[in-house]
Design a protein around this ligand. Structure first.
Ligand code: NDP
Length: 319
């Protein structure tokens, strides 16, 4: 243990990260947001940051000896990696340990969306089964669907594997085609939307994926179309999505992520054919514990042996 190294934690993070960091480092917890005044001596000692998704660049500017930013979560769109690379700062994240949880949740969200299971449960709990009789039949079914996955990386592939026993047709679009897979490859999102009736998005939030789900994509998906998003809300033009649902351009949507979390557009709350989750795809105790341990292991590995376990691809050093 080397308590001469201080680790800054801006904003909320899983409590296990704080507990375990305290075993090895001096931990400096500060509020989320831009850099605040801190003692110059302490500022010099801060060589690591642990953060849950979002790091304000003013902290990177304020910390002259910063070497590593360890992110809780596989998506690191809230961290300016270009700036980190310029400063020679390593960024790490938590890939793989959450693949199964996120893929399981995606299948649950897909079923909840087509079969309206959360609404059926509410109906029972409100006593309506007894007073009004059976819950209305769902217009949609998963049976016989053709599913197109946008993003077939670590998580996308687990989603595809889980879909196989459901006997749906499976395809995907990524910029680089993956070899050795039996799934249909579509050369563009538009081409995929035209060919499938169910779209699942599991791409990162980047400049290239910003608002790629447009009115045009929803019309290509069509009136039997189901749109599921577990990647990032920034991929979606939410006004276009609400319009597509209102006009019955598509049939239903299931969303775990939103453009401006935790703000969910009120328009999306109005529809019976929309299933909504508050960004919980990886949110179980065991999976979040594994993510917390990996956040800590990257920092400990770096300060003990100059080795990180899971650097992001842009990072200046490899693990
Ligand atoms: P990977 O990096 O393993 O996979 C990303 C996939 O997306 C790759 O197949 C990549 O292929 C594809 N992709 C990236 N950019 C584009 C693009 N512009 N057009 C088409 N395809 C693209 O990431 P993971 O599977 O580990 O995670 C994916 C994302 O899921 C995370 O970045 C995060 O944002 C989100 N996520 C959400 C969670 C939640 O709680 N809802 C939990 C965990 C992750 P190629 O580069 O060839 O295009």
């Amino acid at each position: 243990s080397d308590h001469s190294v201080a680790v800054l934690v801006p904003g909320r993070i899983h409590p296990r990260v704080l507990e375990r960091l305290k075993e090895d480092f001096e931990v400096v917890a500060v509020p989320m947001g831009p850099a605040t005044e801190i003692d110059p001596g302490l500022r010099e000692r801060i060589r690591g940051v642990a953060v849950s998704g979002l790091l304000d660049n003013s902290w990177v500017d304020a910390l002259p000896n910063l070497q590593i930013v360890s992110n809780f979560g596989v998506g690191y769109d809230g961290i300016d990696t270009k700036k980190a690379v310029e400063r020679g700062i390593i960024v790490t994240h938590t890939p793989d340990v959450l693949n199964d949880e996120v893929a399981d949740t995606t299948i649950a969200l897909l079923l909840n969306t087509v079969r309206r299971l959360p609404r059926a449960e509410t109906y029972l709990r409100e006593g309506r089964w007894k007073s009004e009789g059976p819950f209305p039949l769902t217009p949609l079914s998963l049976k016989g669907r053709t599913v197109g996955i946008l993003g077939l990386g670590r998580i996308g592939l687990e989603i595809a594997k889980r879909l196989e026993p459901f006997k749906v047709r499976i395809g995907y679009h990524t910029r680089t085609r993956r070899e050795g897979l039996d799934y249909t490859y579509y050369p563009s999102l538009k081409a995929m939307a035209q060919e499938v009736d169910t779209l699942i998005s599991i791409v990162p939030g980047t400049a290239a994926t910003h608002k790629i789900f447009t009115a045009e994509i929803f019309s290509a998906l069509g009136p039997n179309g189901v749109f599921i998003n577990v990647g990032r809300g920034t991929s979606v033009d939410e006004e276009a999505l609400a319009a597509a649902l209102r006009n019955k351009t598509i049939a239903a949507a299931g969303l775990d992520v939103f453009y401006d979390e935790p703000n969910v557009p009120p328009a999306l709350l109005e529809f019976d054919n929309v299933s909504l989750l508050p960004h919980v795809a990886s949110a179980s105790v065991p999976t979040r514990n594994a993510m917390a341990d990996l956040v800590v292991a990257n920092l400990v590995g770096w300060f003990r042996e100059k080795k990180v376990i899971t650097p992001v691809p842009e990072t200046p050093v490899r693990g």
